[in-house]
Design a protein around this ligand. Structure first.
Ligand SMILES: Cc1cc2nc3c(=O)[nH]c(=O)nc-3n(C[C@H](O)[C@H](O)[C@H](O)COP(=O)(O)OP(=O)(O)OC[C@H]3O[C@@H](n4cnc5c(N)ncnc54)[C@H](O)[C@@H]3O)c2cc1C
Length: 464
């Protein structure tokens, strides 16, 4: 496949050009190996800002870039080939991967960085009514649903339908659910507030539903409580301890636990009529995890992520490494008490770099090193001027803060980590504009179906 490869050089195949794959490719491009980087899309995506595309705040090119352009300097070195294609099978015995079109790409070393996908916990039929947010296509789909729900409400003369259209549900109060809910309220209360005649968009309800007892459960309890207060201040209805039991075209059902007079607990069933539901509740490893398990016999965790060795390789297959969200990895800062690595972009980047280094160690006959995750803290945005932060600062150690200062900090961190000077400039401008005007610049939905022909739910996806 790689026409420029020299037979004596090791052939490295990297699957996926997200955070993990990109870092691995960059790190190896200066070495005497021939790299083939395969991705099913032509772009690298900055997922942490995907919710901004889904809520019409940013356009797609502001948070993504063509892989060939991002890696142009590395490609100029002559040992990196980029292929647009979806890997379907991995043959660990023959050491080759096969793409959807049947093309075969042989390897000596394989780095799998295919990321994660949505999990509906065995209820895949919910996907049609409650899309998740992972790709640009997902973001376009959600943006269309949110914006056209207001259009449908404006058009409808049926009060029940209008109520359904003006109720938005977000399932799952992790970082994605929280930022989606906070921003949807902003759209209803500020962006659209003077643009309709028959409806008052400010009356729209945004309901955030979480099965656990608190929002942003990965944060300490005090920050989680601050996040809840900020959500409520913005106008989000927060339901915790609520288990979704069914999702359909005109609403969802959920259960809560209630105390009875004798002190025991009973389940109460509720119904939320709504036409727009966003799924932010479950994550599963890419299907390539199952493919690796089939081909190598490696084990998967309950979320379908690949259980890797301390050095990120597979047991019995040192030539295969798995990094990023697809890896169920541990950090060996303390080798006696390894800790689970979270599914976040800094971890994926660090794993990508570690995999590249370990690959070179092995080539030189040296020992590989276990992965150690350098955790600098966590941030979550909630909406305009609202966020929580837990950050390691020199001298002060771990500092927790929330509100406007955390939001500003979140803003600058995300601009800093965006790829490309042009993107940073555009995002900064768009956010400044949105801050002062409450306007969102990416509201054009191409070829949107007219509200009367809108699918009840689960309509076809549209790219933009
Ligand atoms: C909405 C959202 C918000 C997030 N917010 C934050 C945040 O604020 N902070 C943070 O640190 N992290 C955040 N994350 C998590 C972070 O984005 C991930 O941890 C990170 O992207 C993982 O990197 P990765 O390289 O493992 O996978 P990804 O970045 O997902 O990349 C996987 C790549 O593999 C490609 N691919 C998949 N399957 C195949 C195949 N079969 N063949 C070829 N190519 C394939 C995909 O196209 C993709 O380019 C967020 C994630 C999401 C979805």
């Amino acid at each position: 496949m790689n026409a420029s490869s020299t037979p004596s050089r090791r052939r490295v195949v990297i699957i996926g050009c997200g955070f993990g794959g990109l870092e691995a490719a960059k790190a190896l491009s200066t070495e005497a190996v021939d790299i083939t980087l395969i991705d099913r899309t032509n772009h690298h995506l900055f997922q942490p800002l995907l919710y901004q595309v889904a809520t019409a705040g940013l356009t797609a090119p502001a948070i993504s870039g063509p892989i060939r352009h991002i890696l142009r300097k590395e490609m100029a070195r002559g040992n990196l080939t980029v292929l647009l294609g979806e890997v379907k099978t991995i043959d660990a015995q023959a050491r080759q991967v096969t793409l959807a079109g049947g093309e075969q790409v042989p390897y000596d070393e394989l780095i799998v960085a295919a990321g994660a996908t949505h999990s509906y916990f065995g209820n895949d039929q919910w996907a049609a009514h409650a899309p998740g947010l992972k790709t640009l296509a997902d973001a376009f789909d959600i943006r269309r649903r949110v914006l056209t729900a207001f259009e449908r409400a404006e058009l409808s003369s049926d009060p029940v339908e209008r109520e359904q259209c003006l109720t938005f549900a977000v399932i799952g109060a992790g970082p994605t659910g929280v930022e989606m809910a906070g921003t949807m309220v902003e759209i209803a209360r500020h962006t659209l507030s003077r643009e309709f005649r028959n409806i008052d968009s400010r009356r729209a309800r945004v309901v955030l539903i979480e099965g656990a007892p608190r929002v942003l459960g990965a944060f300490p309890e005090d920050l989680s409580q601050r996040a809840r207060e900020q959500l409520v201040d913005l106008g989000v209805e927060v339901l915790t301890g609520a288990q979704v039991t069914d999702i359909g075209p005109t609403g969802l059902s959920y259960q809560t636990r209630a105390k009875t007079a004798d002190g025991s607990e009973r389940l109460e069933s509720h119904r939320l009529p709504t036409r727009t539901i966003v799924w932010a509740a479950g994550v599963a490893g890419s299907p390539l995890g199952r493919e690796l398990a089939r081909s190598t016999g490696c084990n998967l965790d309950r979320a379908g992520r690949v259980l890797v060795q301390p050095d990120l390789s597979l047991a019995g297959h040192p030539e295969i490494q798995v990094v990023g969200d697809l890896a169920s990895a541990k950090s060996y800062l303390d080798p006696q008490a390894p800790t689970p690595v979270p599914g976040v972009s800094p971890a994926a980047k660090q794993m990508g770099r570690r995999a590249a280094k370990n690959l070179l160690h092995r080539m030189k006959g040296r020992e590989t090193k276990p992965f150690v995750y350098a955790d600098y803290g966590s941030l979550a945005t909630i909406g305009r001027k609202a966020a929580i932060a837990m950050v390691d600062m020199p001298v002060f150690g771990r500092v927790k803060f929330s509100g406007f200062s955390a939001w500003l900090f979140w803003l600058f961190v995300h601009i800093y980590f965006l790829i490309g000077f042009r993107n940073r400039l555009f995002v900064m401008w768009d956010w400044a504009w949105a801050y002062f005007t409450a306007q969102r610049n990416a509201r054009v939905v191409p070829d949107a179906p007219t509200p009367s022909t809108l699918p009840e739910h689960g309509g076809s996806r549209q790219a933009a």
